[in-house]
Structures are given as C-alpha cells and as structure tokens.
Design a protein around this ligand. Sequence first.
Ligand code: ADP
Ligand code: MG
Length: 338
Amino acid sequence: MAKIHELSENLTNQIAAGEVIERPASVVKELVENSLDAGATRIRVDFIDAGLKQIVVQDNGTGIARDQVDLAFTRHATSKISNEHDLFKVSTLGFRGEALASISAVSHVEIVTATENAIGIKADFSGGSKKGQEDAASQKGTKITVRDLFFNTPARLKYLRSPRTEIMKIVDIINRLSLGYPHVSFTLSNTGKVLLRTTGNGNLKQTVANVYGRHIAEKMESFEAKDSDFKITGLMSKPELTRSTRNFISILLNGRYIKNFQLNNAIMDGYASKLAARHYPIVVIAIHVDPLLVDVNVHPTKQEVRLSKEKELSRLITGAISDALLDKTEQSSGFANL
Ligand code: ADP
Ligand code: MG
C-alpha cells in the first residue's frame, strides 16, 4: 500500500467540483445564486456553445472588495455563515464556500468586480490556481466569465448530454430562479441572442408571462395561505390548463428552487380529481418559513432540503389550492342561481 498523505488543495477542489459542478447549468446556477445573495437587481447571463466555450454572469450586486477576491476563490471560504449556529438558519442561497473554488478548478475564470465607489479589480484563475490580477474600471457589481469548462476533466465532458439538452437545463434553472425572484430582472442569452428577459418589476404574473408566455399567465389564478410557521403565495393554472409533465411546478422555499416529492404531491392533492390522469398543472409556489425550520445542508447542490413540519406544510398547500378552485366553482354556481 502507498503511504497515506493529504491531498493537494487543487485535487480536493477538483473532487468537490465533481459534486457541485456537474454541467454548464450548474455553473450558471451557482453564479446566479451568488448574484442574488449579493443583492443584485439586474442579472445578465450569456453562454456560447451550450456553456462549454463560455458562460458570462454579470450583476449589479455589492461586488467583492479587492482584498477578498482571492478568498472568494478559496474552498470553504464564505461571507455568508460564520459559526455552527448560522448553519441552522441559513438565509442565503449559498453558504458552503465551494462554488468559485470548484468552478475555477475545472475551467478558466476571469472576474471583474468592484464595490461601491472603489477601484475595481480583474483577476484570472485557471485549473485551480491564480494567474494574475490588475486594476479594472468597473461599476459596482461583479462579472464572471467562465471559459473552456471541464478542459482538464475529459471524463466529465464525455458524460454531458447533447448541446440542446444542456441548453434546456440552463434555461430551466434561469426560469425557476426568475420565478423565485420577480423583483430581479434576468436576461438570458445564447451567443447574444436573447432567450428570456424578465422585467423584474416584482409582479409574479408578469414574470410568469415572461417565462411561459402571456396566454398562460392570463389563465393563472393566485392563491395564498398561512399558519403559524409558513406563509405561502403563488399562481396556479385552472384544471383546464395542464401539461404532460410535472416540470411546470416550481416550488421556491425562501427563494430557493427545491425538488420535493411530498410538496409536489400536496399540490396535486389540492387539484384532487379535477385533473385527468397524467395531466399536471402549472404552479409557482413561494413558501416563506423561518430558516430554523429548514435544513439546507443535505446535498452539495442544495436542491433537496429537509423540512421540519413538512406534513403541516403539505396540508396548508393542499388546502390553499383546493380552496382557490372551490372559490371559482362557488362563484359560478352562485351566479347560476340568480
Ligand atoms: P458561497 O456562495 O457558498 O459563500 P462561493 O464560492 O459561491 O461560496 O462564493 C464565495 C464568496 O464570494 C461568497 O461568500 C461572497 O462573499 C463572494 N461572492 C461570490 N460571488 C459574488 C457576487 N456575484 N457578488 C458579490 N460577492 C460574491
Ligand atoms: Mg455561492
């Protein structure tokens, strides 16, 4: 047996990247989440070659102070939590301090960033090490350019699906994040050609119109409910408007797009027998809850979370949706009786 030794930082970063950065869409997700955590109100994403040649994410958030840029690219370095206590009440999308270190381990990254009224900085990282830095004129905000993703991990490149599928995954993540952040204006483009633009005026129906089209937004009904722990608001399609997959259901927990089988079922239960078999509604549901009731430290990509009181939340969701459907039928039968 070879002797036991600690792995180099480069190698551990590559290993971490294997978990967090699966494909171009993972880069987009991590960078945009950072922009959202930085309080950006405008986020532009552009990619070339399904994200393999280049991904650019530009925001008007807080920016990173010049002397903190190296730290931002260091694994397990974060501004978002500082002690064990914080881990149980994470209120930002990120907290693991892994994304920038992981991305720069498997690509060439250029960052241009500036905080308010400060001289900006441009720095380059590649394959896990820093290549240089210089002053750069920049408005407050951050622009990150990721080139030649997976250039040093050929196995990962092989595992990718067709460009069309990879692009769909990028579009999907931006769709969900824009539905979660109607106050933020998103622009997504493929080699300069705009695929999605949201107004960011805070109106969820407007955002649904931007994402799924006006004809769909017009047919959506709003619903809401709350109990002592949860507040839910959202938009839902009427039973006449359905899709053949569950992909049009977006669950956003404190702004984080999550996948959760139970909550999905709770939504379907709200429609009860009003949906035909294999017909699924279009639903956007925003759940607001005290971060203490959510454990986001389940999986590196944080799309799965563990929720205290999931049963109570499920009941609340089912009730809100069935009430919203009931309201409509009662109204119409009411008129019929006049
Ligand atoms: P995490 O988001 O888990 O903290 P990241 O590796 O994604 O880890 O980012 C590291 C740190 O870099 C963040 O904690 C944040 O302070 C800073 N940062 C990254 N992206 C941005 C951005 N777009 N605007 C401002 N700060 C950023
Ligand atoms: Mg992050």
